[in-house]
Design a protein around this ligand. Structure first.
Ligand code: NAD
Length: 246
């Protein structure tokens, strides 16, 4: 590994599990000092211990806590990765459930981005990478609110890219396809229906398989690195070609 992030400070939300843990490890392996943030205190602590970073227990839906935890120090890299899904036909999803999904997946990203931007602007450097989903680009049967939340992140990222180009801050999204994490295991655990759903997701990729958290982390690390200096407002599919649609 080279040291693309040597001397840099990075924060990764949802770093206690799955894709976020892999991103935290990748950035740390390449020299970053990583703050692993997660609502799951044990997960954040475990990742921090594994990579030699620091941990913070943080619920991204609490803007006051986010500003307290992230607003006080300058970060070179923000990875907005924390997210939840919530399967169900849209006609069965009550407002309390859609509010929860939007609160974590959208408002959490707004809060974290707002907390770190002033420090990046003052230092005229920043890389913001937000983990969206191919669901946000092509829709998702049985996951409409999740797809809505992930589509919103693409519009938000383009806007942040526009507003902050003058500070040499870039903002991009990575759109994973189905990736082998506890989120996907939870689908598998739903029995026959879950297995069918997962099979349909895999069939929607060109490569015909799940991705690994490390493969997603590689895409995130590229966009978070100094060398991605002329890339902003983009969404990079790391999805085995799922963006084509099946
Ligand atoms: N796994 C996939 O197939 C897949 C596909 C596309 C996109 N994604 C996205 O990748 C990201 C990571 O997903 P994953 O598969 O690693 O899931 P995961 O469930 O393994 O990890 C998500 C992490 O986010 C944390 N989190 C949840 N709510 C939080 C909150 N309010 N505040 C702070 N942290 C919170 C969880 O504690 C957990 O550690 C998510 O944004 C997800 O939508 C995943």
């Amino acid at each position: 590994m080279n040291g693309r992030f040597a001397g840099q400070r990075a924060v990764v939300t949802g770093a206690g599990s799955g894709i976020g843990a892999a991103i935290a490890r990748r950035l740390a392996d390449e020299g970053a000092r990583v703050l692993a943030a997660d609502v799951d205190a044990g997960g954040a602590a475990k990742t921090a211990a594994d990579i030699g970073g620091t941990a913070v227990t943080l619920d991204v839906t609490d803007p006051t806590a986010v500003h307290q935890s992230l607003g006080g120090e300058p970060f070179d890299v923000l990875v907005n990765n924390a997210g939840i899904d919530d399967f169900g036909w849209f006609t069965d999803v009550p407002p309390a459930r859609w509010r929860r999904t939007l609160a974590v997946n959208v408002e959490g990203v707004l809060a974290c981005t707002q907390a770190v931007l002033p420090g990046m602007q003052a230092r005229r450097y920043g890389r913001i990478v937000t983990v969206t989903s191919e669901a946000g680009r092509i829709g998702a049967k049985g996951n409409a609110v999740y797809a809505t939340s992930k589509a919103a992140l693409i519009g938000f990222t383009k806007s942040i890219a526009r507003e902050n180009a003058r500070f040499a801050i870039t903002a991009n999204c990575v759109a994973p396809g189905p990736t082998e994490t506890p989120m996907v295991q939870a689908i598998r655990d739903r029995g026959e229906r879950g297995a069918a759903l997962l099979a349909a997701m895999v069939a929607g990729t060109q490569l015909g398989r799940l991705g690994s958290p490390q493969e997603i982390a590689a895409g995130v690390a590229f966009l978070a690195s100094p060398e991605a200096s002329y890339i902003t407002a983009e969404t990079l599919g790391v999805s085995g070609g799922m963006g084509l649609g099946s």
